[in-house]
Every structure is written in structure tokens, then in C-alpha cells.
Write a protein that binds this ligand. Sequence first.
Ligand SMILES: C[S@@+](CC[C@H](N)C(=O)[O-])C[C@H]1O[C@@H](n2cnc3c(N)ncnc32)[C@H](O)[C@@H]1O
Length: 290
Amino acid sequence: MALAMTHGTHLPQPEIIELRLLLEAIYQAYGYDFRNYSLAHLKRRVEQRLALSGFASISHLQHEILHNPELLPVILQDLSINVSEMFRDPSFYQALRAEVLPILETYPSIRIWHAGCAAGQEAYSMAILLHEAELLERSTLFVTDFNPRLVALAQEGRYPLSAIKKYTANYQATGGSNSFAEYYTVRGNHAEMAAFLRDRMVFSEHNLATDGVFGEMHLVVCRNVLIYFDAQLQNRVLGLFAESLCPGGFLCLGSKETLRFSKHAPIFEAVVERERIYRKRRHQPLEESP
Ligand SMILES: C[S@@+](CC[C@H](N)C(=O)[O-])C[C@H]1O[C@@H](n2cnc3c(N)ncnc32)[C@H](O)[C@@H]1O
């Protein structure tokens, strides 16, 4: 009963039990932990996989995954959304330029973590922003995702030309000072991002559900990732970010995500709440005695 109640349904429907067992099987067999992702999101994605594959039930899918490791990349892809764009939400990048870069500028070196990087669109956007502020040379961008396929794509930094029109419009809307075309070379039907942007990036796999703190960061960007997690996992990840940040370090979330309901909220202050830009307080509030 408790299972289903935690997700707002009244009865432990067989499907929810099957879904839980599927997640447990994936975790035990492969170490990928989706057990604290939002159940509504998972249910939708698994139902889509069933419709595409013709498997009769979630239990059937579970059997196939356990006995056919080649299905794992497909399932990783299914269970996490990796839609992204360069300069997604231009007003966010404007706020970064106006409120965050002038403070980062005062540091001799700058460490930035892009957690949940998809195919790297956000990291290349940040590198361009830093380049235009003459900060790229002293910056290191740690670019991570739990999905190895996405980390490889981020490292390649190649995007279909069909996406470039949107990326260019976004870049212009941020008030970028150059021509966006200066940052890529066209090869066939792809745009390849300039090597000097990638040179400042370090790519690695990192799973927010199971891995640890990532180092002394000045800025953590994790946008449009927490929305797929339940409250417990969101709290774990926000705790991880709090520990990964230097005092005074910045945290950026997606437009539908907020710190407000997290137990870690007191550690941060809002810099631009509308854009979900927060800063770790230099002096932490005293813990209340029990
Ligand atoms: C919707 S995309 C957001 C991409 C980018 N941050 C943006 O806002 O455009 C969500 C990303 O989170 C990644 N992700 C999902 N679960 C994760 C986890 N447990 N650890 C690390 N990354 C995860 C997905 O692989 C995907 O790349």
C-alpha cells in the first residue's frame, strides 16, 4: 500500500508493482538507479516502449532486459528525456551574463559543472558566453551525464544543421556580440563546434542518483533534470550540489524547478529567482537544535 500512496494513487495497481520491479531489475543487473524518478514520467515512457516493441507487459520487458544487455542503451534512452538546445531560455543566459559572470571574473580560475548535459548544447553555450566575456581561458567546464552515449555526443560537439537556425536565434536573443556562425564549421549536414570551446571541457559519466560530490565548483548548472526526479532524489541531488559548491558558488536550475521546497533551501539565497539562479551563502544558517 505504501508504494502507491507515496505517488498519490490509492491502490498498488499491478502495473505500478511491475514498474517498481522493472526498476529494481535494472538497478540490480546494471547499476542504473531509476527507483526515485517521478513515477508518472516513468510510466509514460515505459508505456511508449511497450507500444513500440510489442512486448505484452512490463514484466515481459523486464525479462527481456535481464536476458538481453543490448536492450540497455535503448532503455536508458527511454527512461530519460534528453531534449536540449543551445542558449535554451535566452533570458537565463542574459541573467548569467549580467549577474554571475561579473563575480566569476574576480576569480583567478573558474570551475563549472554541467550536470545532465544531454548532447552538450548547454556546455557549448556556456563556453561561448565565457569566451565573449574573456573568461574562457581560465575556465574549466566539467560536462557530465549518466548516459555514456550522450557524453560521447557532447564530446563530439556536432549538431544537425536543421537545429542551427533555432540555436542562432536563441544566441541572438541573449545579446551575443558575434556572429554565431563564427563558432562552428559546416561539415555535410552537421555543424561542428569550434575546438577552442571544447578544449576547456572535461567530459565524464556521472550519475546524480548514485555518484558523489564533484569537486570545488564555482557554478553548477543542472537544468531540466530534477523535474524527472521524485522529492527524495531531488533532495539528494541538491545536497550533492550544495557540497560541490564553494561558499559563494552559484547554482542554476531549470525554469520549472525550484529550491523553495527543499530542505537545502536555507543554504542558498536567490540571485535571480525568475531565472532560478541561486548562490550558496558564505555563512551557513545555524542548524536548529532538536
Ligand atoms: C531534458 S535533458 C536536459 C539537458 C540540459 N540540461 C538542458 O536543460 O537543456 C535531461 C538530461 O538529464 C540526464 N539525466 C537523467 N538522469 C540523470 C542522472 N541520474 N544523472 C545524470 N544525468 C541524468 C539525461 O540523460 C539528459 O541528458
